[in-house]
Design a protein around this ligand. Structure first.
Ligand code: M6R
Length: 607
């Protein structure tokens, strides 16, 4: 959840580090810091608050050619100047930045204090810096190696030392690190976005691996000093994709990108003439997959909502019993995994700690594992047996939007792929994938006519409690709509399967309470109309998401936001859009920082 950037080369490091930090700010924004190496000293500047606060304290003229930078999301210790990274060892000559959590930091701290080490911060990271300092004997790589042998937990670290000013040593265990390879320079980052302006040639560091970087040399080894050979890979994202491109916020940009991001997601995967779906990532395991007796989907947050849609799709289209589990619950609840169980992890980042832990647990119990992931080369993609990428481009806004529609689309493709190999007729599959291929076009008008969503936000953004109701395929959309609203506008919102309302939550409804009801045409329509009546008779204000042409609903609802007609299983791809827009406009109206909501960060890489 924090961001790491490092540079060693022939150019001044500071502007490169600052640019990297700005691009990483969505990863964490409690505090930030920079360390620059020079022969003779390491200079550290750090402060609580945003990158802009740090920038004011820096001498931008310095010409050091090596350094590291960090943006933090606090875990151990409050977000203060002192707890900000980098952290120094006792000599002040070694600086460390760190993502992850050191689990034995208490024991190590006590041990080091007994050796006379004086700590200045409350962080687990300082323990690493002090340990490296204890081991340092003129060889930074060796000292880092020795220190890491004492450490348990997760880390992505970068270390510099005054005595070896053109060296960065990095190591990874459970927290991503990418090495950028340039002309007479190497970069290091926790996220491709931070280095894309300088190079698209990268090496993904694996767990238990270390790197020693100088401008002209890169040495990769395991923690036990065994050399590692790795290919240089090309990042497929472009610089334009990670810029605002005239939009006020990344969230709005990403909401509006959905027609094109879905086109990219579907490209080359649908054969309308044959009524088939092509998923290269599943070819090698398709026989085993078709024989699956049970699928468990595991994910967190928005990805969990998409997985829940996937559960309905898999049971409907492929007739494979499927269940969806919160990753954090799955791993600790002694799940039953037998020969016929496939575990499928859904994640935008591919770095969510709970999801990775759930997948690791599934593998330990012998399950075949699949990933539905957006970020190429991320940890999940390397841990799963097979998988399908979303290909929706980088998602920078903390609130996940285009990843949700990408995840639902990929799960729809997998459901159809399996359905066709089991019992689904070519005609049924053709109808399904034809409807799916029309979704990008159907999304566009929803994004052009945003006045209704804005009007709803204007009327109700002052209300502190909202309800979202849906049934069937739109039940996960109700959950997603509520999550979007609460995470960026800090309005309390609850999403429910509509029938559950009368088992308790109906007591919340008071005069004028906004209740968003997804009541599109289909098998659940009449039931949803009954729910609308129940809400109205208790004074609630209905904001309905309905199918184009439904005039009846307008008589019952204060506001109706229409979506084009499509097959019921595909409705979530359209019904979610007005809900994303309502949340976005409500947050703007309430003066919230849409892309950097309070207490949150993109990618939750700690459990
Ligand atoms: O990267 P992932 O898809 O694994 O992330 C999972 C959740 O942390 C994420 O969807 C989170 O709920 C978003 N902030 C929701 O907008």
């Amino acid at each position: 959840m924090c961001g790491i950037i490092g540079y060693v080369g022939r150019r001044p490091a500071l502007p490169i580090l600052m640019e990297g930090l700005r691009r990483l700010e969505y990863r964490g924004y409690d505090s930030a810091g920079i360390a620059l190496a020079d022969s003779g000293a390491v200079s550290v500047t750090k402060s609580a608050g945003r990158i802009s606060v740090l920038e004011q304290q820096l001498d931008l003229e310095v010409a050091h050619t090596a350094g590291v930078g960090h943006t933090r999301w606090a875990t151990h210790g409050a977000p203060t100047d002192i707890n900000a990274h980098p952290h120094l060892d006792g000599s002040g000559r070694i600086a460390v930045i760190h993502n992850g959590i050191i689990e034995n930091d208490r024991a190590l701290r006590t041990y080091l204090e007994r050796q006379g080490v004086q700590f200045t911060s409350e962080t687990d990271t300082e323990v690493i810096a002090q340990l490296i300092g204890q081991f340092y004997d003129g060889n930074l790589e060796q000292a880092v190696r020795q220190a890491l042998h004492e450490v348990t937990g997760t880390y992505g670290i970068a270390v510099i030392c005054a005595d070896e000013p053109d060296v960065i040593v990095a190591a990874r265990q459970g927290s991503p690190l990418i090495i950028g390879v340039g002309q007479n320079e190497h970069l290091l980052a926790s996220d491709a976005a931070a280095i894309l302006a300088h190079t698209s040639q990268v090496i993904y560091l694996g767990d238990g691996e270390m790197a020693r970087m100088t401008p002209d040399d890169l040495r990769l080894t395991t923690l036990d000093a065994i050399p590692v050979a790795k290919d240089v890979e090309e990042i497929e994202w472009s610089l334009e994709q990670i810029e605002l491109a005239g939009y006020e916020h990344f969230m709005l940009k990403e909401i509006c990108e959905q027609p094109s991001s879905l086109e990219n997601c579907l490209r080359g995967r649908i054969d309308l003439r044959e009524g088939t779906v092509h998923l290269g990532g599943l070819v090698d395991c398709s026989r085993e997959l078709v024989r699956a007796r049970r699928i468990i989907m595991t994910a967190c947050g928005t990805a969990w909502h998409a997985a829940l849609v996937g559960e309905y799709l898999f049971e409907d289209l492929a007739r494979i019993p499927t269940e969806t589990d919160y990753a954090s619950e799955f791993r600790y609840r002694n799940p039953i995994i037998d020969d016929g169980t496939v575990v499928l992890a859904v994640s935008q980042s591919g770095e969510t700690a709970d999801t990775i832990a759930a997948l690791t647990e599934a593998k330990r119990r012998g399950a075949m594992t699949l990933g539905v992931v957006n970020v190429v080369g991320s940890t999940l993609t390397r841990e799963t047996d097979a998988g399908v990428y979303l290909h929706v481009g980088p998602e920078i806004g903390v609130a996940s939007t285009k990843a949700f529609t990408g995840q639902v689309s990929v799960l729809a493709l997998i459901a159809c792929y399996l359905g066709r190999r089991k019992h689904m007729s070519p005609a049924a599959a053709t109808q399904f994938i034809a409807a799916l291929s029309q979704i990008p076009e159907q999304m566009s008008p929803l994004l052009e006519h945003v006045d209704h969503a804005k009007a709803v936000a204007q009327r109700y953004s002052g209300r502190d409690n909202w309800l979202y109701l849906g049934r069937g395929y739109n039940y996960p959309v109700a959950l997603e709509g509520a999550l979007k609203l609460k995470e960026i506008s800090y309005i309390h919102a609850e999403g429910l399967p509509a029938a559950e309302m009368k088992h308790g939550p109906i007591a919340l409804i008071t005069e004028g309470m906004p209740v968003v009801v997804i009541a599109t045409a289909g098998s659940q329509y009449d039931k949803m109309m009954s729910n609308i009546s129940e809400v109205r008779s208790r004074g609630g204000s209905i904001i309905a998401i309905a199918t184009d042409g439904d005039r009846e609903i307008a008589k019952l609802a204060e506001h109706v936001l229409y979506v084009p007609d499509t097959l019921e299983p595909l409705q979530p791809l359209l019904t979610v859009i007005p809900l994303q827009l309502i949340a976005y406009h409500a947050a703007v109206l309430r003066g919230c920082n849409v892309d950097k909501p309070r207490n949150l960060a993109k990618s939750v890489t700690v459990e």
